[in-house]
Design a protein around this ligand. Structure first.
Ligand SMILES: [Zn+2]
Length: 258
């Protein structure tokens, strides 16, 4: 939401959304110092919840240095050292979106540091998987890191931006899977509903890409409409768009909708 206008909060509220869960991400430019992240974490934990509350929306967030800015391991270490002082803020759900962007060795090292941090503070984990030709390999690398960590439980991890060729391996390993909706490129609402029809709704949910590119905060309500158009029952649709995220996120004591 740091890349979005206040009008988007209003449209989300009018579309029937009750909460926004915002991953720590790129600011539209690379930050030049860890202090830039300190202010960003304040924005995520103080300013955005207040902005969302004006429209009756709950705002939750995830904290990390995103994979797009995680190539410099020393820099990432300094940013990760800032996170514990924000973890106790009441809207923090866990560590994310961590993961890989270009599948580099440095990104792997930063991923492992984040996974350790999540284990140490018993946090939920949100994972970004790389796009296009890097996705399959990146997803395999990420799953190996998570499966080999002695204190990470798959039911407390969501692997995001799954597509047709990665969703099966994520669900088979016991993780949750997120389908990220984009208006035109990558996963559209229609493709997401195809995947739900093929894989069922267990541990699978939807989220809207909301960033600096062309993206649509209302993609989840639009996917719900697509499901209804195809004849899916109201309780199936409700389970996918509301029940599943609520079930996963309720594993964090901070996730309260009242
Ligand atoms: Zn992502």
């Amino acid at each position: 939401m740091v890349s979005r206008t206040t009008d988007d909060y209003e449209r989300l509220a009018l579309a029937g959304c009750c909460a926004v869960c915002e991953p720590a991400f790129w600011a539209g430019f690379d930050r030049s110092s860890p202090a830039g992240f300190y202010d960003y974490f304040r924005q995520l934990t103080e300013h955005e919840p207040a902005r969302a509350a004006k429209f009756g929306l709950k705002h939750f967030c995830w904290l990390c240095i995103n994979p797009k800015e995680a190539e410099d391991v020393g820099f990432a270490k300094e940013v990760i050292a800032l996170i514990p002082q924000f973890i106790q803020q009441p809207n923090v759900l866990g560590i994310g979106e961590i993961g890989l962007n270009k599948n580099s060795r440095n990104e792997m090292e930063v991923l492992e540091m984040h996974v350790d941090l999540a284990a140490r503070f018993d946090q939920l984990v949100l994972v970004h998987t790389p796009h296009l030709e890097d996705k399959l390999k990146g997803t395999r690398l990420i799953l190996d890191v998570l499966k080999n960590h002695p204190r990470i439980r798959p039911e407390r991890v969501i692997i995001d931006h799954v597509e047709e060729h990665t969703v099966g391996m994520v669900l088979d390993a016991g993780f949750w899977a997120g389908m990220t909706l984009y208006p035109e490129t990558k996963c559209t609402p229609a493709r997401a509903v195809d995947m739900l029809e093929n894989f069922g709704r267990e541990r699978l949910w939807l989220n809207s890409a909301c960033d600096w590119g062309v993206s649509d905060p209302l993609a989840v309500p639009k996917a719900a409409r697509e499901m209804k158009r195809r004849g899916h029952a109201a309780d199936f649709v409700d389970g996918v768009v509301f029940g599943n995220p609520k079930k996963f996120l309720s594993q964090s004591p901070n996730f309260k909708l009242e």
